[in-house]
Design a protein around this ligand. Sequence first.
Ligand SMILES: [Zn+2]
Length: 268
Amino acid sequence: MYSPHDRRLAVSLLDSGISSTEVSRRTGIDRSTLREWTRDRSLVDRYLGTDLCPRCEPIPRPPSRPDAYAYLLGLYLGDGCLTPAGDPTKGVWRLRIMCSDDRPGLIDECARALALIRPDHVVSRVPSQGCTEVHGNWKHWPCLLPQHGPGKKHERRIILEPWQRRIVDEHTGPFVRGLIHSDGCRLVNRVKRKTPKDGRTHYEYPRYQFVNVSVDIVELFTEALDRLGIAWKRHVQRREEPRRDLHVVSVSKRDAVARMDDFVGPEY
Ligand SMILES: [Zn+2]
């Protein structure tokens, strides 16, 4: 029998493109077994269980659903947090994302993203005043969300790791969608104007807004918009109580709003 560590190492090496002959030489696992694992991954997964953390494997890899991860990262950075789940000595963390009850579609989408990142595990929904907390417990959430740290997000630097940066660069749309879903909105301004023909006409101007107190998170958001070629404007709203300035990013040009509607859309 091979140890779980040897199995993980072998699979990581095979995934990185090293030949089965070489992997066999390095791990001592015979080649026919390796070939069987390559053909039928469930043989390995069944043995290792589903508690595998992609960042804790001998060769760390990105999560297997990068699109769902990019969305979840956006939700987490916008309005999510990690707290110890139950007995703190057990080292289990709870990823908690608050979703407003008037956006039931978002609650479902958030729960779906959590389930895709951690299949076969329970995603819970806990009702609270006006909102629902969607959460899942796992020891490895801090591995996938290394921005976790003591204190509030705006009081520490928020910098993506290179592997996260690659995912966000490739799945920028879902990342922006997650940020807007947690800490942004789509607003509609109605403007009344008189026209010579029929007196009064109403014009509607939809726009998107993202509001956050963390300069780093706001910059991640505007960098993502730049990558998508979406025009934005930013201003700072000074506040006395609490004494934290709000950074407000607006997307209001017609073609920019249309682009955002392609992958964010009205709240649902
Ligand atoms: Zn881990």
